[in-house]
Design a protein around this ligand. Structure first.
Ligand SMILES: [Zn+2]
Length: 196
């Protein structure tokens, strides 16, 4: 896998281009991690790329490790929303947005677990961890080994190409209370990549 003309190239990369994103990135110094909370990686990538949706991201990484690129790395995607990191506001102009295929926060009923849209999630994919927003335990879908391995590789390629100084979760920069990528995501393992 490598980066050529602001695109990821490799056997596991497919492209579903967004035509709505045109503004160049001002200064690329952050990677922002998200979860999709969608039905699957392909449907999420198509939604993010669609002309009539107000959101987009640079990449979606599926649970099997396959990658969809939607926006060039030198073009702003619409993933951060109202956001702030220290003195920087509006992180879309300063970051690459990576979406991970994951249902996110789950609902529990009679010891069974469901997505927000009512799909049952196998118990082995469920982990109970504190929701930092409420301070109470909640249920979340786990990330897969292949997905995190791919994300790691992608972050390393991006770090070698661009002057990125931080890898942050959407919840850390959101001014509208976004909770992704949630506590099931090992954010510290990725923040540490910066110092290697
Ligand atoms: Zn997000």
């Amino acid at each position: 896998m490598y980066i050529y003309k602001h695109n990821l190239v490799g056997s596991s990369v497919e492209y579903i281009w967004s035509k709505k994103n045109k503004k160049p990135i001002e200064e690329l110094d952050n990677i922002v991690i998200h979860y999709t909370a969608g039905a699957n990686a392909v449907s999420s990538a198509k939604y993010l790329a669609a002309d009539n949706t107000p959101v987009s991201a640079h990449l979606v990484i599926a649970r099997d490790g396959s990658i969809f690129q939607i926006v060039d790395f030198n073009t702003q995607a619409w993933h951060a929303g109202k956001s702030k990191y220290r003195k920087t506001e509006g992180l879309n102009a300063f970051s690459i947005g990576i979406e991970l295929e994951n249902y996110g926060l789950l609902k529990e009923k009679d010891d069974k677990y469901y997505t927000w849209f009512g799909k049952r999630v196998p118990e082995k994919q469920v982990v109970e961890l504190i929701n930092i927003q409420t301070g109470f335990p909640a249920f979340w879908q786990t990330y897969t080994y292949l997905q995190l391995k791919t994300l790691r590789e992608v972050c390393q390629k991006l770090l070698s190409c661009y002057p990125i100084r931080r890898i942050v979760g959407h919840s850390e920069i959101s001014l509208t209370g976004k909770i992704d990528p949630g506590p099931a995501f090992p954010l510290n393992d990725f923040s540490e990549l910066i110092y290697r």
